[in-house]
Structures are given as structure tokens and as C-alpha cells.
Design a protein around this ligand. Sequence first.
Ligand SMILES: Nc1ncnc2c1ncn2[C@@H]1O[C@H](COP(=O)(O)OP(=O)(O)OP(=O)(O)O)[C@@H](O)[C@H]1O
Ligand SMILES: [Mg+2]
Length: 247
Amino acid sequence: MPASRDARPQPRSPLVVEGAVKHFGGVTAVDGVGLEVASREVVGVIGPNGSGKSTLFNLIAGMLALDEGRVWLDGREVTGLPAWRIARAGLARTFQIPSLFDNISVRDNLLAAAVEGDWKGAPGRAGEVLEMLEIGHVADNLASELSGGQQKLLEFGRVCMRDPSVILLDEATAGVHPKIRRIMLEAIRRVREAGATFLVIEHDMEMVRETCDRIVVMDAGRVVVEGSFDEIADNREVRRAYLGRRE
Ligand SMILES: Nc1ncnc2c1ncn2[C@@H]1O[C@H](COP(=O)(O)OP(=O)(O)OP(=O)(O)O)[C@@H](O)[C@H]1O
Ligand SMILES: [Mg+2]
């Protein structure tokens, strides 16, 4: 790596993104996004459909290659590393559509998530996660038998099994029953208290207001506004960006 690129000190925050760019053919899905998430902060990413939120997550997680830009995790540059190495470095994520092992039990889905980590402690940890997410009563059911909301809880549970430093949640409460949303919000609060840092994509403004310390608003691949819920709620740019949203 050229010395000039590292002329400044490595960022210390758990997650730092600098100048992220991603093109898909003629579409610039992410157009120069920079952000920094402090330790134990919960930062919300909002913006209309197609504004680049999920693509940004894929770039951070190494599931898509950056065309430009850099990413640091816990002060270590992870730009260009494959997704599995970024995961091992302490990043975990959920998907907009849950990605579970459908044909094994809920408990085994949790255990499988710990396969690269603390294997011995996994059964005990799985018990705690089942309790925290209130899915203990379906622990022996197949993942495919769960409701959509329970599948989202299980996906978050798989993230919790690995004790990550930074957690990316892509619409973790979209379309779920209010009871499940409450369980999810409480679990996020507990995991954050235990030391995790969150970046969450949300369309649900109630969830954003309750959970996020700070909000980043994206439109057409760019960050257009950043601030507290109250700061962004009245912003003209935000209202304009949201004219096209689906709710
Ligand atoms: N794999 C891909 N190939 C081509 N274009 C893509 C791909 N993924 C995303 N895009 C395009 O990039 C833009 C941003 O999409 P992205 O999924 O990141 O938006 P989003 O903000 O997550 O939207 P939503 O709120 O609907 O989930 C869109 O124009 C989308 O069509
Ligand atoms: Mg998306």
C-alpha cells in the first residue's frame, strides 16, 4: 500500500467508511458515502427505496467490492478483504430477507452460527439468545416453520451468537408484529449495552426514533443529511427525499 495513503492515523471508531462508491452499469448506487460510528452508538440509515442503503451494507461487509473508498473496522482497514475475513474481524449483519438454514432447527441455526467462534460455549449462549428473543418455545422447530417476524428474530440471534463488535441490521423490524418489534428493540438495547455498535437500515420511523442515537439520510447514493431524530425530522431535504418512499 502506498505510504501516502496512510499518512494520517488509522481511525479508532468501531466503523469508519470513507468515500464509498459503487456503480452498477450506468447506475451509481453509492456515490461517495462517508460515515463514522462511535463505540456503542446506534446509527440509523434511512432513505427512499433504491437510495443505496443495502448496497452500502454490502460494501461494508465485503459482499460487494468497492469501486472507490475505504472501510475500517475497529481501527483496522478491511477494504478489499473477502466477506468471511471481515466477519471474522468482528462484523456481523442481517439481510433484508432473512438468510437462515431452513431445514434445521432454530437451535441448530444458532449453533451453526457459532461454528467459527466459541464452539464450547455455544450451547449455553444459544440458550441465552433463545430466551432473550423469546423463541425458546420453538427451539426444536425447523427455521422454515417460523413466522416471518420470528425468522427475523432468529437471524438477529445468529448475529448475537458470534459476539460481534459491529452489527449491521437491514430492516430488522420491517413488517413484523408489534410484539416482535418490541422484543427486537429490547434485544438491540441489551446487545448494545454489552458493547456492540450498530448501523441499522430502517423504514420504520418509530423504530428509528426509539433506537437510534443519530440518523444518516441517504438519497440517490449520497448522504444528504445527518443528525438526531429531531434535527432530521423537520428537514426539507429529508421530506423531499421521502416523497418517493413506499409507506
Ligand atoms: N446487484 C445489483 N445489480 C444492479 N443494480 C443494483 C444491484 N443492487 C442494487 N442495484 C441498484 O442500486 C440502487 C440502490 O439499491 P439498494 O438495494 O442499495 O437500495 P436500498 O436503499 O436498499 O432500497 P430499498 O429501500 O428498496 O431496500 C438501485 O437503483 C438498485 O436498482
Ligand atoms: Mg435495501
